[in-house]
Design a protein around this ligand. Structure first.
Ligand SMILES: NC(=O)CC[C@H](N)C(=O)O
Length: 390
């Protein structure tokens, strides 16, 4: 479906960037960052801060992010505000040209950071109209392209967009996972201190399966008192158990949970049978649900923002959360031994479960924030507390 408000402007003079949707719709703008083109799902994100954390979140692999907040880039870029070594989102679409950074922590400007990491930016787009387009028609496939000479082969870009298969059925976790086993060092960041080290004393051992984890999850596990070992998405049950975990963590990650589930679910089922505490976030939540026999489905437009209200069903409290997901667990398919614990107050979709016969729970949202509110940090304490008690 094409929303009448998009596109609304002819090619302006001086256009050096363009977005071409698979529908044939075109939005012109000014490119920044790397040159070339990138094809993926065009989604929108409503956070007003944290663009560097968002761009480096591995869950955004395969996606081009439209920021609804118009001024992106105004605090520049620094080496601390990253959730992985490199950006994983393919590109960004913004309203205003990024200005010179105005922040004491900035080490470079956004365009330079994007260029250094081979990521394309497109400014000058009517991001409200594009967001309305996504809300009306679902997240489309598109190509962002940046050419300083303004030369674009629109037919070729359209062909590229039409040739991309879409995220459904795509396993991207194996592309973004850390490839080797390792222990995670370091807690959360604090102004004036930087990243904390792990504290002294006995620490329960969490083996974290990395399907494309944000670093802040590991930092928060350490902060809550755990010793964290990270294993790749494809780690086997034997490899995980060889590390003698006290508990298992299933991370967030990109792509279709059903596709990743093909190799992850059999391992998770075996892990559940050990009776060890298990905690999952986002993709990890979806994989836990799949492992107990529920189904996941592609959402129409998805949830991506830093102010999504979620209701905790145990006491009715509302947590304001960070969200980034395009698939969701179908509540109706949850088995009798999985209880829904959290619900999105935006659309009523499932936002958390716990098993009634195993010490396992998971949430669809991002308690680690980065960016976003910290209402849900208690979940890390709860998990590590369960490990200490066990
Ligand atoms: N942040 C995540 O882990 C996202 C999970 C999954 N890729 C989705 O889009 O729903």
């Amino acid at each position: 479906m094409a929303d009448a408000t998009f596109p609304h402007a002819p090619r302006p003079d001086g256009a050096t960037g363009v977005l071409v949707l698979a529908s044939g719709e075109v939005a012109w703008g000014r490119g920044f960052g790397a040159t070339g083109q990138a094809v993926g799902e065009v989604c929108f994100h409503t956070a007003m801060t944290g663009y560097q954390e968002i761009m480096t979140d591995p869950s955004f692999a395969g996606q081009i992010i439209t920021f609804t907040f118009p001024h992106i880039g105004n605090v520049g870029a620094n080496p601390d505000d990253v959730e992985a070594d490199n950006p994983h989102a393919l590109g960004m679409i913004v309203r205003e040209d990024p200005t010179a950074p105005s922040n004491f922590r900035a080490m470079e400007n956004l365009a330079g950071w994007m260029e250094r990491h081979a990521r394309i930016g497109l400014a000058g787009v009517d991001t409200r109209a594009l967001t309305r387009r996504i809300r009306g028609g679902g997240a489309p496939t598109g190509v962002v392209a940046h050419a300083p000479d303004g030369q674009f082969d629109l037919d070729l870009l359209l062909k590229l967009a039409r040739g991309w298969p879409g995220l459904e059925g795509m396993d991207l976790a194996k592309d973004v996972t850390r490839e080797t086993h390792g222990s995670w060092e370091g807690g959360i960041w604090r102004l004036g201190f930087g990243y904390d080290g792990a504290g002294e004393g006995a620490r329960p051992h969490v083996v974290a399966v990395d399907y494309g984890s944000k670093s802040n999850i590991f930092r928060n596990l350490v902060q809550a008192g755990a010793k964290v070992s990270v294993v790749p998405a494809t780690a086997t049950y034997d490899e995980i158990m060889a590390l003698a975990p006290d508990g298992i963590f299933l991370s967030n990650g990109p792509g279709d949970p059903a596709a990743t589930g093909k190799y992850a679910v059999p391992v998770i089922r075996q892990l559940l049978d050990t009776g060890k505490p298990l905690f999952g976030i986002c993709l990890g939540h979806q994989l836990l649900a799949l492992a107990v026999g529920a189904r996941t489905t592609k959402m129409f437009q998805g949830h991506r923002g830093a102010n999504h209200p979620v209701k905790r069903l145990s006491d009715g409290a509302v947590e304001i959360t960070s969200m980034n997901h395009g698939f969701a667990v179908e509540r109706e398919t949850l088995p009798a031994n999985a209880r829904e614990t959290h619900v999105s107050l935006f659309d009523g979709s499932n936002a958390g479960i716990e098993l009634t016969d195993r010490p396992a729970f998971s949430v669809q949202y991002h308690p680690e924030a980065s960016p976003g509110p910290q209402d849900s940090l208690y979940l890390f304490e709860r998990f590590v507390g369960a490990l200490r008690a066990g």
